[in-house]
Ligand binder design. Structure first.
Ligand code: FMN
Length: 382
């Protein structure tokens, strides 16, 4: 069958081809140590063999998507946290060629990849996967990564102005049959042709995780999904307001937007076991050098904090950069996920200290609870 003969509507892509109300993904497995800067010996390798093994477990279990981190240089420390990383577009191609229904994003730094090459790479992976590819647009975060490319980071507002031109060009390459030229402030392209088009008559879904007002406005204007970070223990009423506001602003522009978040999971048979594992492996064995570098690079305000408060913040950063923490028994984890869903969150991308070792227990215990709550559908065997 040819791509032209099969229709994959955008609505189907947005749902990852299933009826799950709460979408679940895995965040960061393409990086060494994933999202946990720890010295624990079982920390995540991030190597290809483990990524492939994980992707197949996730595919079989009906996990909806995989979201890699775009990272070019690690955070140092004892382990060079996230220092060994698989490149995201080729990673997605390999993962999607080796799986059957799971979707995978590529997290792409727009100032570092030429839009004509990028558009064609995305379309190629989209064809390999028969429409299971998604794009996560990143405008720039870590200064030292840009230095490595000999590229100067633009000031914050201009990053998103550049991203708008870049994405407009990619979108035209995905959609326009006729040759076109671009004369922008940053991007100039002459007589562009780009074939084939994305798979199945639609296009890859697009997300962005901007945290600033400008970043979020970019997502609301352009994307299908806004990923928003929640800290530690979120205020679910505030989350509901954030979701309603973002979706409302997208609707004013005639667009549909879903809001996702990220989290870190330590799920064990009892709360005591989960807390003990977290304390021992994540906190006592943290790679503090990497934690402190990361906090410095991301300009986390620490001035004037009392030593205990500073240590609590560092410990939170040692577990998924301060993301929403789900530490407990399966009932608790499922109930928290249900609260997120009730607040309007469409899905969550989670990480584990060792993804492939911990995911099977999560799937065995938490997924059936979410099915009983009506938030997930039991997956068909592959
Ligand atoms: C869920 C999530 C995933 C992100 N992934 C990456 C990434 O892989 N690489 C990267 O350089 N930045 C990443 N970022 C950073 C964002 O793209 C963004 O630069 C950051 O949230 C700061 O927001 P701002 O650009 O609006 O100031 C991520 C942020 C979040 C919340």
């Amino acid at each position: 069958m040819t791509a032209a003969s099969i229709e994959v509507p955008l609505a189907k892509r947005r749902e990852f081809g299933n009826a799950n109300t709460l979408k679940l993904g895995l965040f960061g497995p393409n990086c060494s140590s994933g999202r946990t800067p720890t010295n624990a010996p079982e920390r995540w390798s991030g190597d290809w063999g483990d990524n492939l093994r994980l992707a197949r477990i996730a595919d079989e279990a009906g996990i909806d998507f995989l979201l890699p981190i775009g990272r070019w240089k690690g955070y140092g420390g004892d382990t060079d946290y996230q220092g060994t990383t698989l490149e995201v577009i080729t990673w997605a191609a390999g993962i999607l060629a080796s799986t059957r229904r799971i979707h995978a994003f590529a997290t792409v730094h727009v100032p570092l990849v030429h839009p004509v090459i990028a558009a064609k790479q995305f379309v190629t992976v989209d064809h390999i996967s028969e429409g299971r590819f998604g794009l996560n647009i990143v405008c720039g975060w870590n200064e030292d990564e840009f230095e490595m490319f000999g590229v100067t980071q633009r000031e914050h507002e201009a990053r998103y102005e550049y991203a708008q031109e870049w994405f407009d060009a990619v979108r035209r390459m995905w959609g326009e049959e006729e040759e076109f030229s671009v004369e922008g402030r940053f991007i100039n392209l002459k007589k562009v042709r780009s074939k084939p088009k994305p798979y199945g008559g639609s296009r890859p879904i697009v997300m962005n995780a901007g945290a600033s007002a400008t970043g979020q406005a970019f997502a609301i204007r352009n994307c299908d999904a806004l990923f928003t970070g929640l800290t530690g223990k979120p205020d679910f009423e505030a989350v509901a307001r954030l979701v309603a506001d973002a979706k409302g602003r997208a609707a004013e522009g005639g667009r549909e937007l879903d809001v996702y978040t990220v989290g870190v999971v330590t799920c064990k048979p009892t709360l005591a076991e989960a807390e003990a594992y977290h304390q021992h492996r994540v906190v006592y064995q943290a790679d503090w050098g990497a934690v402190d570098t990361m906090m410095r690079m991301h300009k986390v305000p620490t001035a004037g904090l009392a030593p205990e408060a500073l240590q609590r913040l560092r410990a939170a950063f040692a577990n998924g950069s301060g993301a929403y923490q789900l530490i407990g028994e399966p009932d608790y984890v499922a109930a928290e996920l249900a609260r997120l869903s009730a607040a309007g969150i469409k899905g969550i991308a989670v990480s584990f200290l060792n993804y492939a070792e911990e995911l099977p227990y999560f799937c065995q215990e938490v997924l059936p609870r979410l099915e009983r709550l009506g938030l997930r559908v039991k997956p068909q065997p592959l």
